[in-house]
Design a protein. Structure first.
Lengths: 334, 334
């Protein structure tokens, strides 16, 4: 695993599994907040903030979806790193389809934004990064918190009156986002990066127990929190949409495909076909990234054929109560 | 890859892929024949021959199935190697469930049988091995040929009058066994051991094109050659039964599971439930072998959860013309 130590880049600097062979994800380092309050340290303003993302990364993908759903494309600019991540970490190579240069700082490597924000930074260099162009620093690199800020603090600059954290649902959304994190969102990584049979067995069992549970839950309700589309669905989506093509084979989450689930599969298609979700899925970045970036898991770096699920197939979930925000239909996305 | 060179064991002695990154399977070395003719060099006799097999190996598995179908258990003895194969090659470790010691020679390693048969032997050490206890040598180690000998030459010592190479079907059986070998039986290995994206793409495309073709063929006929169970079904079975649990994930043959095929999946269950097929499937040997023996493919040597297909589910293939030999029902196997 590569990381920065006191602002210096080190390849292979630390092991990411604990003594029992379980994958141990480091906490994100920058935890400031953008606020709707104009007097705040980081006030929500159009044109001030920038997102560094990878289309491959499920955590960064969350922020892209919320940005699209609320119509924050003009307010918050984006740079997209190369899905192939080698010893130098995430980097900008704008000649690859879907990738961009660093529009803000002109850096070659994402790690330079971390050092620019904190010259002594020690830790992993991850996406998403929410960058403040005015103060020239990282506001936050924790996807759950960036997702929440975009959702709740940028109302004045958003094109669409959409909230994914609606009154009356907030406790439930918080609980769901928390509940699905360890067994599902992080669970696929714990399964794939397990170094021992016991660690693998624990992770894969928790993963499918949780998927079974939410498959049952979604038999009678359209979304995780009920009849409203929320951040919990965004958090679930970015894992599910990668599952059959990547996690199933690459991370050996292979009890079954998502497309074999009675309710999770139509639920996934429903989300995919909702404006803001499918448009942000760049599957070639996803498959290239995983299969070529983890030689400890897939040493040959070959991208497999994969099952190619038909995300556009009819889902019939509109027979259940609720639906996506009407604004999404009225003001379709670019 | 480990092999014998002039009778000496060498670990990592040669590369098994060609310059284009394609897996190149070495031809089997011992190609003599047992014959029904009592004056032949190797005449078919009860008690004279011995099979060295691994339950993990699809090639060895073919010979075990034919031995069971014809009722050759008393006539031809068997030793079973450890599914875990490391730098010493196939070995005997009788303390593991389903494994045996070397009942004939008392060897620790299978390679010793090769050197006993040919003190200067150069090549890979593989299963199955058909051993002649009288002349103390290897008769043949090519599964297609051993399968054929057991099927056609041991009629006088077989308990059951079953043939898998019936008159009127022979050309078709020969053609089928040949046709499925490269894209399917060997195709899963060519897919999994491909060293380049191009070699992988070629192999996986040929594999699924062939599976699609036989799925269509089996819509209207019970067996590959029509209404009769033949060696072609035995050859197809040993690949299909390993597919979802192993080849799909381990060898990245991941366009779909066999259990997602309309006809191949009931066909596989039909065979599995035919006496002689399911009884010879030792799935724990199969999964342990593949996932722990190829660190170049699965470096963590972790056996994944897998899909656990229900081979005992009803198959409804008896609505099609034909069926297994009546003798199989009348004289069930041990």
């Amino acid at each position: 695993m590569n990381m920065l130590i006191d602002g210096e880049w080190r390849a292979g600097a630390y092991e990411s599994t604990d003594e029992e062979g379980e994958f141990d994800r480091q906490e994100s380092a920058f935890r400031d907040s953008v606020s709707a309050d104009p007097d705040a340290e980081f006030p929500a303003e159009a044109g001030r903030y920038h997102l560094y993302v990878s289309y491959a990364c499920p955590w960064a993908h969350r922020t892209l979806i919320v940005r699209s759903l609320l119509g924050l494309e003009d307010a918050i600019s984006v740079s997209v790193v190369d899905p192939y991540r080698e010893d130098d970490g995430w980097q900008f190579t704008s000649d690859k389809e879907g990738c961009t240069e660093d529009h803000v700082n002109g850096f070659d490597y994402l790690r330079e934004t971390y050092v620019a924000a904190d010259s002594d930074f020690t830790g992993r260099v991850t996406v998403p990064v929410l960058w403040d162009k005015e103060r020239e620093t990282i506001v936050n690199n924790e996807s759950k918190e960036v997702m929440r800020m975009l959702d709740t603090e940028f109302g004045d600059v958003a094109e669409r009156e959409v909230t994914l954290y609606p009154e009356g649902y907030r406790d439930e959304v918080d609980r769901l986002v928390e509940d699905i994190y360890e067994p599902i969102n992080n669970g696929v990584y714990r399964t794939g990066f397990a170094e021992t049979q016991a660690a693998y067995d624990r992770a894969v069992t928790e993963l499918f127990d949780a998927l079974d549970h939410y498959d049952d839950l979604l038999a009678d309700q359209r979304y995780l929190a009920g009849d409203r589309l929320t951040e919990a669905d965004v958090a679930m989506f970015t894992t599910l949409v990668r599952f059959d093509e990547v996690y199933h084979t690459h991370f050996m989450c292979n009890r079954q495909f998502v497309r074999e689930y009675d309710n999770l599969w139509p639920y996934l298609r429903d989300l995919y076909q909702t404006h803001g979700f499918g448009e942000t899925v760049q599957m070639d970045h996803i498959t290239e990234h995983y299969y070529t970036t983890h030689p400890d898991v897939s040493p040959k770096r070959i991208v497999p054929l994969g099952p190619d699920p038909d995300f556009e197939a009819p889902h019939h979930r509109d027979e259940l109560p609720g639906g996506p925000p009407a604004e999404l239909a009225e003001k379709p996305l670019r």
